[in-house]
Structure formats: C-alpha cells, structure tokens
Write a protein that binds this ligand. Structure first.
Ligand SMILES: *[C@@H]1O[C@H](CO)[C@@H](O)[C@H](O)[C@H]1NC(C)=O
Ligand SMILES: *[C@@H]1O[C@H](CO)[C@@H](O)[C@H](O)[C@H]1NC(C)=O
Length: 396
C-alpha cells in the first residue's frame, strides 16, 4: 500500500511550498506535506451548516431529527446521520473543521478554513435554469460560493497574508452538479438526453472555481467527481418501472442511463483537469473518484461492513427494494430510521450514511482511488496522502 519512497519524496518536494512544515509522520521517518486548514465548495454532500441559514432551506430535513443522530446526537444541517466526507478528511488531516461560511462573520472564524457548500446548490447559476423554464432548489450556485470565497480572502488581510493561508490549505471543489442534473431538471421530467447537454457547462463552472482558487494561491486542489447517480435510492424509486427508464446494471442493480450521465460528467471533468494541470504545474490538481468509491460499496457491501441492501435507504418510508418515497422523506411524520445506520450505504435515499462517508473519505485519501487516467502525469495527479491520515479515521 505504501508508495515507493522515491515517489513519496518527489511528492513531498513538489509540495514543499504547500507544506507549512514537513513533519515526521511516524512511518519510518518519511517526510510529508501538511495542510493547516480546508476550504470546500459543493452541495449537500459537503454542507456542514450553510443551508440552515437560508430561508428556503433553513427548515429542511437536515435541520430535524433523526439527522445527526449517530455522531453529533443532534441535527447540525449535515445531510446524514453523522459526519460527511469533508469531516472525515479534516479529521484525517488533523485540522479544524472549516466554519460554514454563513455561520461565520470575522476573520478569526475563517482562519481555520471555510466551507462554502450549500445543500441544494447547483454549479450553474439561476439564469441558466430560468432560461430553460427550470427553477433550482436554492438560490446558490458556484458563482455565489466563489464570491463568498473572495469575501473571506479580503477578511484575511493583505494579499501576502492571504497567500500564506491559501498556499498551506487543502481545497476541496465538489462534488457539485448532482442538483444541476437532477433536482433542477430530471425531477422536472426533462430527459437524460437533454440533461446531458448541461455537462460541458457544469464542468466549465467547476473549472472556473479551480482557476480562481489557484489564482488565490492554492497549491493542492482535490476535485471529487460525480457519484453514480443510477445507484441513488431516490432515483431508482422515481424511475421504477416507468417507460424509457433504461436498463439496470446486472452487477450493481443501478440504472445504467443515469450512471452513463455521471460517467460522461466524470470524463469531461477529468479532461478539464488535465488542461488545468498543464496550465498550472505548480499546483497539484487531484481527481477523487467518488464514482468508483460508491460503486465499490454498492457492488461489494459486505467487504466494507454494510450488511443491508445497498440500494435501500436507512431512513424514510416507502419500503420495498429502495425504501424510498418522496412523500415520506426521512424525518417526516410516520417515518423512521433503521436501527443501525452503519449497515446501510444510503441514509435518506439521496445522501450517504456516516459509515459510507467514512469509506468514501478513505477512498479519497487513498492513492489508487485518487489517481487519474494513464495520460495524466503521475505527480501533479497525486497528493501527499499518508497511511497515518487513513489510520486516524479508521480506514486501515
Ligand atoms: C447568489 O447570487 C445570485 C446572483 O447574484 C443572487 O441573486 C442570490 O441572492 C445569491 N444567493 C445568496 C444566498 O446570496
Ligand atoms: C412528470 O410526468 C409524470 C407522468 O407524465 C407526471 O405525472 C408528473 O406530474 C410530471 N412531473 C412534473 C414535475 O412535471
């Protein structure tokens, strides 16, 4: 599992500027880069409290029990029974939890990092959807999150001080795009074919955030790709038995047409990232393969400790293969959570359980899952992940 020492050394050198300190990680005295904080962008898979502060979503499901029951023992705005992937990543790195942007005010709140992700957020802006007769779930796109990031930079002081902070931070850009494809469009009966035409714009919006954070001094940017949409209990229930829903993948039981959409997104995302790496050789731009991480859990649940049906939601009403019904969403009257969420991959049919989020974080922190296509240069495609980080969150 451990990378070759020479590769590790090369990675460490590449990250020399990013490393606030090269420290002994307790594994034979090797040196590694260290990050001081995390800045993150995204949607409900990453939101640790922003949507709570918006009038349109403040009273949403994640503001009520049983959300948060496993780890925080109270709802925190996270769309899970416990921690999200970003929580596990900051715990692995040993850095503070970034302040949700809408919960912070002063520079002191953001010196420990900031999380701009909002549940329901889209990559594309309101205008894009309105011009197609669509209404996003929340009035927050990557444009908003980028301007919030710029507000935070200004709060942090002079350009020199800003760069001192950005160069020693880990940036997480994504996952983002699920809501562009689903909430805003497929949920309104648009065809997968029409939604596919959004992909280049969604990917360009992600690229524009990455370009902005690199311009602000980022040296390591991790970009989680699209999850396998066709494995989401909500979408499986929505398309069940309907005309033209396409076929099911025999191995996973997921909807192939929706997974094809996610794969198309990821192909275009990776191509865009290759271009950014060429343009910015001083920054590690890392693709994190969430698609593969989640597919692994769905195809081999027992291997990862999931004992129940991997395509059924733990919480909510509906029963059946997917245990999902929009009218009986997790937390609504008459619904209940399963006895042991750690046996399930899906928490509420849309979002993952804490147990699944831990496994996904482990995959993000594991070289083999973060590695890109063969044509991508190995070094700028890597980051200085260590076994110690993975051990800290129980991956190994
Ligand atoms: C996001 O930006 C749009 C366009 O500037 C604006 O209308 C909207 O209110 C912003 N959303 C939030 C939550 O600030
Ligand atoms: C989508 O189509 C179905 C069947 O034609 C219809 O019952 C449903 O109301 C439509 N949903 C929306 C949001 O338009």
């Amino acid at each position: 599992m451990a990378p070759l020492p020479r590769l590790l050394l090369a990675v460490a050198l590449l990250h020399a500027a990013a490393a606030s300190a090269a420290t002994d990680d307790g594994e034979g005295g090797r040196r590694r880069a260290r990050y001081d904080r995390v800045f993150s962008f995204g949607d409900s898979l990453t939101d640790t409290g922003n949507a709570l502060h918006l009038s349109s979503t403040g009273a949403g499901p994640a503001s009520r029990p049983p959300y948060g029951e496993t780890f925080f023992r109270r709802p925190t705005g996270r769309a899970s029974d416990g921690r999200l992937v970003v929580d596990f990543i900051v715990e692995a790195l040993g850095v503070p939890h970034p302040t949700p942007y809408l919960a912070g005010k002063a520079a002191a709140d953001f010196r420990r990092g900031a999380n701009f992700a909002v549940g329901g957020a889209t990559a594309l802006d309101l205008h894009f959807f309105e011009s197609r007769g669509l209404t996003p779930f929340v009035p927050v796109s990557l444009d908003n999150q980028t301007s919030w990031f710029k507000n935070v930079l200004h709060l942090l002081g002079s350009v020199e001080e800003q760069r001192k902070i950005t160069s020693t931070s880990l940036f997480l850009v994504g996952e983002i795009g699920v809501n562009d494809y689903f909430v805003s469009a497929l949920g309104r009966n648009r065809t997968v074919g029409e939604v596919k035409t959004f992909v280049p714009r969604v990917v360009a919006a992600v690229g524009s955030v990455i370009t902005d954070v690199i311009a602000a001094g980022a040296r390591t940017v991790v970009v989680p790709g699209m999850i396998p949409l066709g494995c989401e209990p909500q979408l499986l229930a929505h398309y069940k038995g309907g005309a033209g829903t396409g076929e099911y993948d025999p191995e996973s039981g997921c909807l192939t047409r929706l997974n094809d959409l996610a794969e198309l997104h990821n192909r275009e995302l990776r191509r865009m990232l290759s271009g950014l790496r060429r343009a910015h050789p001083g920054t590690a731009v890392v693709y994190a393969d969430l698609y593969r991480a989640v597919t692994d859990l769905v195809v081999s649940p027992a291997k990862y400790g999931f004992r129940s049906r991997p395509l059924a939601a733990c919480c909510g009403g509906g029963g059946g293969a997917y245990n999902f019904n929009d009218a009986a969403f997790c937390g609504a009257a008459g619904t209940a959570a399963c006895a042991d969420p750690s046996e399930y991959v899906s928490w509420d049919g849309v979002h993952f359980t804490e147990a699944a989020n831990r496994r996904i974080a482990c995959a993000v922190l594991e070289g083999s899952h973060s590695h890109g296509a063969a044509d991508e240069p190995a070094l700028s495609n890597s980051w200085a992940t260590t076994e110690a980080w993975r051990r800290r969150i129980g991956c190994v």
